[in-house]
Design a binder for this molecule. Sequence first.
Ligand SMILES: Nc1ncnc2c1ncn2[C@@H]1O[C@H](COP(=O)(O)OP(=O)(O)OP(=O)(O)O)[C@@H](O)[C@H]1O
Ligand SMILES: [Mg+2]
Length: 310
Amino acid sequence: MSIIEKVLNKAKSEGQKLIDASNVSAEITRENRQDNHLNQPFESVDLTVAEQGEKSIEHRQLVCLDLERLAELGFIVSSDDQTQTIEEYRNIKRRLVDNAFGPASAGITKPNVILVTSSVEGEGKTYTALNLALSIANERDKKVLLIDADVARPSLAKTLGIDVKYGLIDYLENDWLSYTDIEFKTNMPGLSLILSGKQHKHSTELLASNKMTLFAEELSNRYSDRIVIFDSPPLLAATQGVVLAKLVGQVVLVIEAEQTLQSFVTASVEKLSSCDVVLAVLNKSKAGLLDKYYYGQYGQYGQYGQYGHK
Ligand SMILES: Nc1ncnc2c1ncn2[C@@H]1O[C@H](COP(=O)(O)OP(=O)(O)OP(=O)(O)O)[C@@H](O)[C@H]1O
Ligand SMILES: [Mg+2]
């Protein structure tokens, strides 16, 4: 029995709802992981857009993603192909989007705000968060904002081959920075980014601050058709992940196949016990489609009946 099956059985025996679905199963081992390279051009343009007269001049910043390079690194930059990876992300995305905007959203606080996390480092959080964001943007379902909230060890900028001046931590620390100073549009329509900003010794406190709580609420409400995805630190290695989990409506728990200890997954699930929805994704699985599960948990609302098996 796999780690996930054991954890899921335990959860089931405790009365928690299980949902099956497909997930990410890229053929990868620790040995053949690809390292990402930061060698790509960066373009930042300040677009000043006058909307509704002079009083609402908005400064929009644009970063240009090298989509060819991202495709080479295994990211979904086009939905034209019918690869297994694209299909699997489509399934995960569909579940998240349904939870965010379908009938179930009524029972979830901030249903369109999603945290991607894992138990320990290197399980594929950033890979999953970025692919989910790209998958959503690609198919023009919804707008998507991807935020690097792995403030201690940010990696989104490097993965994307970009750099920007200000990010989330700068915004939380400085009242003179506005939202538009940290949000960047991209050349992929519908995809915006917020990077982590400068490293800060009080980053946990900043993420736990009232300003961050208000920010998460504002993100959820700002656009009715937008998904917000936070890439986060691992739950068992840093405190920020648990702090962030309290701010979102849905959590995607990435589990590295054949690597993550069952006890780690159980500990993570316990840390997420107050979250409305937790979906588990088995990543880097060599087992194919048979060994895959979502784990749904609706602790606060108990709306178990809304999500049946596919
Ligand atoms: N499904 C996958 N297929 C191919 N490569 C993957 C997959 N998942 C992750 N990787 C690769 O594994 C490595 C670790 O992934 P990633 O950086 O996403 O993990 P992480 O959980 O964000 O790590 P950290 O805790 O350090 O932030 C990266 O090189 C990434 O490209
Ligand atoms: Mg990461």
